[in-house]
Write a protein that binds this ligand. Structure first.
Ligand SMILES: Cc1cc2nc3c(=O)[nH]c(=O)nc-3n(C[C@H](O)[C@H](O)[C@H](O)COP(=O)(O)OP(=O)(O)OC[C@H]3O[C@@H](n4cnc5c(N)ncnc54)[C@H](O)[C@@H]3O)c2cc1C
Length: 392
């Protein structure tokens, strides 16, 4: 089995023409400036509040880099393009922070359409949803203090469970697995409980429902093991999506403000250690567990690929998937796909104003030139130089 070569920029950027690579370079360069990102985010939030149009500035730039389109149909060329290089897509309807029931119902209908679409397209191996799209934030924020919940809150929680069941049932019927995203820790217990019930119901023959474990939480390795034990005892399969976690500062800040112990690991090394340990645990118990590894960390991908090799699991084994976000870390996605690993890009879609929180997170996490952005810029420059030299 060959190891992926993440330095191969010709393969990494084979989908991109020079003009699109230059545009990506310009974009990563712009968002590498923390002050520009802070000011840009503030201007967009303000403009949206007072109803100013921001679409003209966002759609051809940051939106185009990180988002598949406004509708499922608009994403079709992206899905087709990626598939041409062996990279699959997971279409993620990006809607956040909606509190009205009508908005939640329409998000539910759209997510059902995306599941149906996945059922018809072999290049879309998973469906996905963000639980917070289907229950008001004000209910989730009270869930840690059950005595504060009103009868209306309980009704919303029941409605939420029914919506989640509808989505998981639809995925089960079309025969595609469904990923449940994770966000804030203070209501994750509630989501975990429901997801576990869904696994008991729909994961009888294989993993259909996947919960997300954020390994920046110090309790998640133990949680994984307990989930596995329950799956063994209950005779069902466990589906797990692994990420490190996207809300570290917010979690730490809330814990400090409210005076409880932070759920976050003390340092990055501890997060990395538990991420690896979780992957090892899953591969050692692969007969019961399916893994969706969502990361831009090269070492984590190599680590999992090595584990697969050590356990004689072929790269295309349907129980192991690698995933990166659309517009980021193509050097991982394309170089793994070309040697036969299962790779899927998370492709968010939705109207421009709905995906702004997602774009703001992408901009913020890319502000450090030392980190991800520096790596993207270095790889794009290397490829542009390589192409220039190949022409000479
Ligand atoms: C396909 C996909 C799906 C995703 N879905 C979700 C989701 O459902 N929920 C979610 O929360 N995120 C999700 N993310 C985002 C993810 O959690 C990470 O924020 C992002 O991928 C960066 O982590 P990494 O493993 O790629 O890389 P790395 O650069 O190796 O890790 C960065 C991460 O390490 C952790 N970290 C950094 N510093 C410290 C520290 N001092 N102490 C402890 N931990 C630290 C943080 O989690 C940080 O985001 C997803 C990412 C991908 C690729």
């Amino acid at each position: 089995m060959t190891a992926p070569d993440f330095k191969n920029t010709a393969i990494a950027f084979q989908m991109h023409e020079n003009s699109s690579l230059r545009r990506a370079y310009w974009l990563f360069k712009s968002i590498s400036s923390p002050s520009l990102v802070r000011t840009g985010n503030a201007i967009v939030v303000q403009a949206l509040k007072i109803g100013l149009p921001v679409r003209w500035a966002i759609k051809p730039t940051i939106y185009r880099q990180f988002v598949g389109g406004e509708t499922i149909k608009e994403c079709s060329p992206v899905v087709q393009n990626l598939a041409g290089y062996g990279v699959k897509s997971v279409l993620d309807f990006s809607i956040e922070g909606k509190e009205e029931d009508a908005d939640m119902e329409s998000a539910l209908q759209e997510t059902l359409r995306s599941i149906e679409n996945a059922g018809k397209n072999p290049n879309i191996p998973f469906a996905v949803f963000k639980p917070t799209a289907f229950i008001p934030r004000r209910v989730l924020d009270k869930i840690e203090q059950p005595w504060t919940l009103t009868s209306d809150d309980h009704a919303r929680m029941d409605l939420f469970k029914a919506r989640v069941d509808k989505l998981c049932s639809a995925a089960s019927q079309i025969g595609k697995p469904i990923l449940v995203d994770a966000e804030d820790s203070w209501y994750q217990k509630f989501i975990d409980e429901i997801t576990e019930q869904m696994m008991q119901r729909y994961n009888r023959d294989r993993a259909v429902v996947f919960n997300t474990l954020q390994m920046y939480r110090h309790d998640r390795l133990a949680f994984l093991k307990s989930q596995h034990q329950k799956a063994v005892d209950g005779n069902y399969y466990l589906g797990v999506k692994f990420v490190r976690g996207a809300y570290m500062e917010k979690e730490r800040e809330r814990a400090a403000r409210m005076g409880y112990t932070s759920p976050i690991q003390p340092d990055k090394a501890s997060t990395d250690r538990d991420f690896d340990a979780a992957l090892t645990f899953c591969i050692e118990n692969i007969s019961k567990i399916s893994i969706f590894c969502g990361t831009h960390n090269e070492n984590s991908c190599l680590y999992l690929a090595n584990l697969m090799q050590q356990h004689n699991i072929r790269p295309s084994d349907p129980r192991v998937w690698f995933s990166q976000l659309y517009g980021m870390s193509d050097h991982i996605s394309f170089n793994m796909a070309i040697i036969g690993y299962n790779v899927a890009k998370y492709v968010p879609y939705g109207p421009v104003k709905h995906v702004i929180p997602y774009l703001a997170r992408r901009a913020e996490e890319n502000t450090s030139v030392k980190g991800q952005t520096g790596r993207e810029l270095g790889l794009i420059s290397k490829e542009l130089i390589r192409r220039r030299q190949a022409k000479d």
